[in-house]
Design a binder for this molecule. Sequence first.
Ligand SMILES: [Zn+2]
Length: 1069
Amino acid sequence: MKLSRQFTVFGSAIFCVVVFSLYLMLDHIDHSKNPNGERIQKGQLGILQDKIDHLERLLAENNEIIGNIRDSVINLRETVKDGKMFPEGNMSQGDLELLPPAPALLPIHSEDCQFAARTYSKAADGVQMLDVYDLLSFDNPDGGVWKQGFDISYQDNEWDNEPLQVFVVPHSHNDPGWLKTFDDYYRDQTQHILNNMVVKLHEDSRRKMIWSEISYFSKWWDNIDEQKRDAVRRLIESGQLEVATGGWVMPDEANTHYFALIDQLVEGHQWLERNLGVKPKTGWAVDPFGHTPTQAYLLRQAGLSNMLIQRVHYSVKKHFASQKTLEFFWRQNWDQDSSSDILCHMMPFYSYDVPHTCGPDPKICCQFDFKRLPGGRISCPWRIPPQAITDNNVQERAQTLLDQYRKKSKLFRTNVLLAPLGDDFRYTEAVEWDQQFENYQKLFDYMNSHPELHVQAQFGTISDYFEALRKSTGMDPVGMNVGQLALPVLSGDFFTYADRDDHYWSGYFTSRPFYKRLDRVLESHLRAAEVLYSLTLANIQKYGQPNDYPAVDNYKLLTEARRNLGLFQHHDAITGTGKDWVVVDYGTRLFHSILNVKRVIVSSAHWLVLKDKQTYYHDPSNPVLQMVSVHIFFTVPRLLVVYNPTEQARMSMVTVYVTTPKVRVLNAVGHVVRAQVSAVWNDVSHAAADLSFVAQAAPLGLSVYQLMEGMEPRTEAAKYMILQDGRQISISELEHFQQFYQQDAAPVHIENPHLKLSISTATGLLEKMSLKEDDSEHLIKVEFVWYGTTSNKDKSGAYLFLPDKEATIYSPSQPPVVRVTKGPLFSEVTTTFTHITHTLRLYNIQGVEGQSVEICNTVDIRGETNHEIAMRITSDLNSKDRFFTDLNGYQVQPRKTLAKLPLQANFYPMTSMVYLQDSSARLSLLTAQSLGAASLKSGQLEVIMDRRLNQDDNRGLGQGVLDNKITANSFRLLLEKRSSAEEVYSDERFAALILHRKGFDCGFSNRNTALLCTTTRGKVHLEKLLTDLKLKSITPVSLSLMHTYNSDADPQEISLKPMEIRTYRLQLS
Ligand SMILES: [Zn+2]
């Protein structure tokens, strides 16, 4: 039951992150533009830096806006019908608000109590990645030619009965942005690759090719004529060209939220369906830096049967290779049967380039990358160049290559072998097609015409390979039955990736956090806009009233936004691993799409709120509704429309900027709503204030509130205390607000009905948290810490986290300024350090929003060198080495901090949450942006918030990370008491009680038996044994719990004969 509530809280909190509040100014009298409004016209943005500065402001605002809304049901359309648009009477005081129970307080059906984080799927039927991590020593011995592996040998006659089937799969990895922007890559490389493909595949029907990035493919399609399109259709029909995965991009799998993963998959698949009638069968992910089961699940749900992954920790690869488990059914942790299974191939070697795909020896395989023939632009670093295949050398060359194929084949369970043939942006020039395809065809022809070699080699697509694999194991072509040859079942994920030594790719979990936040802002806006757009279209159809609602234009804006969001899911985009100007290109796309989806929101909401739809008009230069950044000037009463884009009724705090602290807030039926005005700290000399109130909105509903100028007792001003160095400071300019004082040195307290926080006056940081539900006090300490980078040759960069040592505590040279706000609706403590502005806020509100602490850290490390800054939360929870992070906001993965791994290996991606727990409580940190997180000590959580790195980390990017921005990170900290004595780390709700009645030889004095209690004559009283726990059930079982026995014995008192061992299955509560 407790877990279920925690899940509700988790779920709701996620929606708080995804939700944003929309403020629409509906003003029938005055259409004049707000002079301070933030509406940005196209073309108003000048150079790129301006745009990015703007993004910074937008994000700062959004972080204040995010985290709003909940409750009651006031739909503006209904209100308008009822003629209550401008409620005039009934402004009497008193408690007229109706506060319905918060959603989190509703009971949860027991069948819904399966938490996302089932610890294990049945370990017995397969491989659990957590167990693999326990098993591995993570030593890194030199494996010989296969440096990270082992020597592979075989007998010559092994293929005599069943020949080796080799599929050489030509591929070209096209990053939609990395060292160049998407458009520049397209212009310089991608269009030539695709143009040559049409010509070169038609020259020989035995040639094959796969393609995966639809962002590129669709752009090219738009630029080619119908004749070429027909040629492409023929290649697809004949099976020479296969689209693998078919997403908009090959997405990152660590930082991406599943909404955006689905978005980019839908965008790619819908394009394929419309233009080519293609349904992809096989996933292809050679470059994402670690792999998530969420993607496996989404591919399976999208109708794919097979998938391939590549970037997996080298020790894991070696282990899987030695067990021949590189091919497996990937099953979700939470799956109770096999419905989520997808057949997965893990590539065994270091990279997806040619030297690491034909077999274990890169020195040999490189000689079969014919783009590296002498005289070309690239060569083999192992200094043995390829030779063009001739009649003279074909025998020796074929045997050399076959030796590699055979060795690679020994790592798998079947005689079907996959040998990818490609690299980044390969097959650009026509000559490269000839070099690869002609030379390989000669090798294949030789091999296939010599039966004594027992090999059948050919070009193939990735699905050709899987088809042959399934056939050879007796599986059907698409299903997941295991077939004659058992393939293992695997559950878990493949983070954190290391490609060599201690080079763990945990830096990119945080790199460029500003853009990781921006991604989620667009994601939430896009979802909100899509909902409103769909509602509007459905209403237009229902009412059949034609008007000039810009349905087509809005659809185009939404499509472009989906594609820009999709593009950003690419594994060099959201990861923060592109060149500076590429990052700016992505940021500009995200930003323009945020502006554009706001236009969709505004025009759709306008249509929806109108009573008389005939009066709708579309004037983009002067919209009736404005999504301004909420500057409200009181020339007349103003209406504020709040939109709830989630499927749950919501009650949430809304804050708007008003030009006077004397404001009254009315809800749609004219009741005065309780409100709080707070000082605007960068504008204290003016009368401006932040007005906060609890807004309520139905699922997908629009609610209207009216703001009027005037004295109102239900609008109360916040009170302030300012401290520096533990001393209270008086501020004279605060004319509209009062200051309060407290005894020196005592900690500051802020509280709401659920929580009380104790904050140091000297540091302004949280020290203790009390739960009012049981009056318990917990040590929960917030600190900031720095990481440096190692002095070794290889240093931290965009991908890698290579810290010099454990983190050092952030100790600012100047004592921070601590500002305490106390008010009826929220209280907060804002502490300003040199590099961080840290706010802890408590809402006086029902439901989850009131049960958690909102944390906002605005981080600025632009003046630093090789520094990373983290927030550390230390608690008194006894979590040991266990903690949990979410995967893609979709599911939870248990983690174990391992001392045998370096510090950087113990960081994991956190898309929406990290938590730890013990037998009595759980502490969760929910996040509004993806960042890297760890639990390096029992009870401790740590989140890296920004990183500034002066050098490249040798993964091809060729630059450091020095384009840091002022970045606001938002979190919620939630402490929950466990309500049932459930096992902490196990899904098993029973305990095994094994009793042994020891025998004593009583012929001797008992002085030295070391017994500290008397014996019981073989009787055990369970009530006494289990002092605090209640026995729910007890069942006698066989020793290893395999057999259950009937019993009519008294469950409370057990009798054992001397020397007897008895086992019971207990259920405790
Ligand atoms: Zn890539």
